[in-house]
Ligand binder design. Structure first.
Ligand SMILES: [Zn+2]
Length: 449
């Protein structure tokens, strides 16, 4: 809608709606191909400049001293293998990192030499991240940095698309605005020729504001939305539709939500119902159970102890039912009287990802700390943006476990290894007879090859 609006009202006109799209050649920035970011390598993750080649200066996996890759670099004869990298001449440093693939004759052999950064990009950055071995993937995550594309300033659009304006703003400006501000801006745009379009755009923006997503911007990448935000964006799409008599199923829509946001989510669920739809919610938050017209309580326990209907009926009935859920409806945890003293702290300084404004925080060590706030207040930006990748920090989140397709909780947790040893010992067989270990695909490949 915003693209059509700009194609009709933007000045100067740059053509049809496609000319604003970063997904189409007409509109995309040619430098970053519409991504808004360009990737580069952090040289500090590739080498230790205080060492020489012979001393293990290259810290890239599979480039250890005497490895094949190491030999192609040392064998090129371009560098003295005993000189520390920090003492290279500017030309040597350029050749070492960036020289394009070049044929070099060494003795009677023909070598192909290419700069370390060129080789690493070719070997590791063009591969599918999911198919990499764990240690390679960890290296790539450390070494690749993304910087904003200098040519489009991260807007993903080409110069022509960025020249067209409505009331002084480009489409990129509009996409970067907080949705609540954009709603105000669009409200001021008057043009009889596109009145219905503007009305639809206003409705949609207002719905986003109403369900508490007014702090987002339209250019926020979908992948960076939290689960709750994504689900609410989907809800807005359905709220806007004129369908009724539809059954909507929501699977834990309150995941990750602050109680304040759960109340807004509840309003939304009730509005969907009131439009003449059936709303089915899988949920265990008491706040959401409380608004149900009808409750189905499964249990009584988990796994083999579950699978039976314990209660069906209304909420007062559930409260009286004496099922686990019924008893917990009114349960409230008590506050701690005493807390443990911290043993130190982890400093975060001048965090400014997304909406963070120059935030300084000390996270106490040796204690349990909770970071809280309403959805969109910056919790994930602060923690993931500032702590991920730091030494001694392990991130445990809801992303899927990355292992081979054969991995399961036993192999992933390492629980299977002692069991295999015990079986091997008991049956007198050797370890190699055990089932393949998914955590060591390289070893397995060699053994079978
Ligand atoms: Zn660009």
């Amino acid at each position: 809608m915003l693209r059509i609006l700009f194609s009709r009202l933007g000045d100067p006109s740059v053509g049809g709606a496609g000319a604003f799209s970063f997904n189409l050649p007409e509109g995309m920035c040619p430098t970053c191909e519409g991504l808004g970011r360009v990737s580069d390598l952090d040289v500090n993750e590739l080498v230790d400049v205080e060492r020489s080649l012979n001393d293990g200066a290259i810290t890239v996996p599979n480039f250890a001293v005497d490895s094949w890759y190491w030999q192609t670099i040392v064998g090129s004869g371009l560098f003295d293998p005993d000189v520390k990298l920090q003492d290279y001449t500017p030309q040597q440093w350029e050749d070492f990192l960036h020289k394009p693939a070049t044929k070099i004759k060494v003795g009677s052999n023909n070598w192909t030499y290419e700069g370390l950064a060129v080789k690493v990009k070719r070997l590791y950055l063009t591969k599918d991240r999911e198919s990499m071995q764990a240690h390679i993937r960890a290296f790539v995550d450390r070494a690749v940095t993304f910087t904003t594309c200098a040519d489009c300033g991260g807007t993903r659009l080409n110069a022509a698309a960025l020249s067209s304006r409505i009331a002084g703003r480009t489409i990129a400006d509009c996409s970067a605005m907080q949705i609540s501000d954009l709603a105000t801006f669009v409200r001021a745009v008057e043009d009889p020729a596109v009145a219905p379009l503007i009305a639809n755009l206003r409705d949609l923006l207002d719905s986003l504001v109403e369900i508490g997503l007014g702090y987002l911007s339209l250019d926020r990448e979908s992948a960076t939305l939290s689960g709750g935000e994504a689900q609410r964006v989907k809800m807005v799409r359905h709220l806007g539709s004129s369908l009724s008599d539809v059954t909507y199923v929501f699977d834990e829509p309150t995941v990750g939500l602050h109680p304040h946001d759960i109340a807004r989510m509840n309003d939304l669920l009730l509005r969907l119902r009131d439009k003449g739809n059936t709303v089915l919610v899988v949920e265990h938050k008491p706040e959401t159970i409380a608004i149900a017209d009808h409750v189905v309580d499964l249990g009584p326990g988990a796994g083999t102890n579950g699978g039976r209907i314990c209660f069906t009926g209304d909420v007062p009935g559930l409260r009286r039912s004496d099922t686990l859920t019924g008893r917990h409806l009114d349960h409230r945890v008590t506050l701690r009287a005493e807390v443990r003293p911290p043993t130190g702290h982890l400093a975060i300084r001048q965090a400014d990802l997304h909406n963070l404004r120059d935030v300084d925080v000390d996270i106490p060590l040796g204690v349990l700390t909770v970071v809280t706030g309403v959805a969109g207040s910056g919790k994930s930006s602060l923690i993931h943006g500032s702590l991920r990748g730091r030494s001694g920090v392990v991130i445990v989140d809801q992303s899927p476990i990355r292992g081979s397709r054969r991995s399961n909780p036993a192999t992933y947790s390492g629980l299977l290894d002692p069991i295999r040893s015990a079986f091997a010992k008991a049956t007198g067989s050797r370890q190699r007879c055990s089932a393949p270990t998914p955590r060591a695909p390289a070893r397995r490949a060699r053994a079978s090859g």
